[in-house]
Design a protein around this ligand. Structure first.
Ligand code: FES
Length: 140
């Protein structure tokens, strides 16, 4: 009887509404990933902690692309210093537990930046770094 007509009409309307919703869902894509910045920004990884032997240091590209001294005083900690000799600004080299200056022979402690041998008299200025999930990152 008349009940059958009502059922058929409701089915058609429901199908039409679903098709309209489908079009809307297709346009809802996520935003694109932002491109990685060319220069290391504060907080960006400088090196993996595991890349530096415990008790030694290494020269790596710092946050402003200038090389810095990255040290690993203990298994789980990192420290960083300017690589510019405090005597006349030559770049120091990392040699085990020492940082040596090729210009006039100053030697610094690779883990603290302190002067071991002159002519330099001032320690290498520290740079703030921290360890996050095995990565040494710039900033405290
Ligand atoms: S500049 Fe490093 S010892 Fe003179």
């Amino acid at each position: 009887m008349a009940i059958h007509h009502g059922h058929t009409r409701r089915t058609v309307l429901t199908t039409g509404a679903a098709a309209a919703l489908g079009v809307t869902a297709l346009t809802a894509c996520g935003p694109e990933e932002p491109a990685a910045p060319a220069a290391a920004a504060p907080g960006s990884p400088l090196a993996a902690l595991a890349d530096i032997p415990v008790g030694e240091a290494k020269l790596v590209a710092g946050p402003d692309e200038e090389e810095i001294v990255l040290a690993r005083p203990t298994e789980t900690t990192a420290a960083a210093f300017s690589a510019s000799c405090t005597h006349q600004g030559c770049k120091v080299k990392a040699e085990g537990k020492d940082l040596t200056c090729p210009c006039h022979g100053s030697v610094f402690d690779a883990l603290t930046g302190a002067v071991r041998t002159g002519p330099a008299t001032e320690p290498l200025p520290p740079i703030a770094v921290s360890v996050r999930e095995g990565q040494i990152v710039s900033g405290a």
